[in-house]
Design a protein around this ligand. Structure first.
Ligand SMILES: NC(=O)c1ccc[n+]([C@@H]2O[C@H](COP(=O)([O-])OP(=O)(O)OC[C@H]3O[C@@H](n4cnc5c(N)ncnc54)[C@H](OP(=O)(O)O)[C@@H]3O)[C@@H](O)[C@H]2O)c1
Length: 284
């Protein structure tokens, strides 16, 4: 039995779809915080169980009989260390044979503040004695392409990444990698630094959006605090604005760049070009 936490999230849904390419739905367990949101998953024939990272009492029953588990990192910044530790403890109790965890690119050395909780989770995994595999995911294309329509409307992409190069890949690429380590043998103990085959600066991204949309779009580089204020100004909660502006500053230092091509090797195909994701975003 293969179980996936956060299965109603954007990455989780893609992992479930990727698993169903090679695994019978009756062998796939979608672990979700709210089963009402998982009716489409149940309709695919997968088993749906409730598992809330913040309610450890839900986790033991949720993980019963699970042999391989994908722990998709929580999006509740600041609570993630405790939440992930609860899942790891429950996985030990349940006798899970392999735990795959979605970490962040070069979690051990990353200057990004969001890497702190990933480092703590990696340490908890090391101390747990569980066989595990680290999927250190780089940035999603979608972090940028979600705001492509707004960029076209305003003629600008804002950030504080300078000319830092970003080797992002699509969520679906990372989902395929997760499905590979969950369905093939030989991944226990591995640490994968996952990123796109190609990289770009935000200046280049703006040029791509301008070319595809036929509208002028430029990249406007701001000091971190100004970018954070701009994000708060468009309605982002302070904590996310701080995280995004900090991550951009990290990107300026190369924290989101990688050219090891481990992701394309793992999934056996090239990663999705950013131009393809931009085109998809412009269609909506
Ligand atoms: N690499 C990147 O660029 C990048 C970007 C953003 C985030 N991330 C990280 O990667 C993760 C997956 O990305 P995503 O795009 O799928 O994010 P997402 O769509 O926000 O999904 C997060 C998932 O975590 C679940 N979750 C949150 N708190 C939970 C709790 N207490 N108990 C159980 N489940 C809980 C959510 O459940 P509900 O469905 O019930 O809300 C959701 O399914 C994120 O959570 C975040 O840690 C990575």
């Amino acid at each position: 039995m293969i179980a996936v936490t956060g299965a109603t999230g954007q990455l989780g849904r893609l992992v479930i779809d990727a698993l169903l390419n090679s695994v019978a739905p009756t062998h796939v367990i979608a672990l979700v915080r709210d089963p009402l949101k998982a009716q489409d998953l149940a309709a695919k024939g997968v088993i749906v169980r409730r598992a809330d990272y913040s309610e450890p009492q839900t986790l033991d029953a949720a993980l019963a009989g699970v042999s391989k588990l994908l722990l998709i990192s929580s999006n509740e910044i600041g609570q993630r260390s405790a939440q992930h530790r609860a899942v790891i403890q429950a996985a030990k109790t349940a006798g899970v044979q392999l735990l795959a965890y979605t970490s962040v690119l070069r979690a051990d050395t990353s200057p990004l503040s969001l890497a702190l909780e990933h480092r703590d989770t990696e340490q908890a995994l090391a101390e747990s004695g569980l066989d595990h595999v680290l999927l250190r995911n780089g940035w999603y294309h979608e972090n940028y392409t979600a705001s492509v329509p707004a960029a076209v409307e305003h003629g600008a992409i804002l950030g504080s990444a300078g000319e830092g190069r970003i080797a992002s890949a699509s969520r679906a690429d990372y989902a395929d990698a997760a499905a590979v380590v969950l369905t093939q043998d030989g991944h226990a103990g591995k640490v994968y630094e996952l990123a796109g085959d190609d990289s770009y600066s935000l200046t280049e991204l703006a040029a791509e959006v301008a070319e595809q949309s036929g509208r002028p779009v430029v990249y406007s580089d701001l000091p971190e605090q100004q970018y954070k204020a701009a994000l708060i100004g468009i309605g982002l909660p302070d904590v996310f604005a701080a995280l995004l502006s900090d991550s951009d500053t990290g990107a300026a230092k190369g924290a989101l760049f990688d050219d090891s091509r481990q992701l394309s090797r793992l999934i056996g195909r090239a990663t999705t070009p950013i131009a393809v994701s931009v085109a998809q975003a412009l269609k909506h």
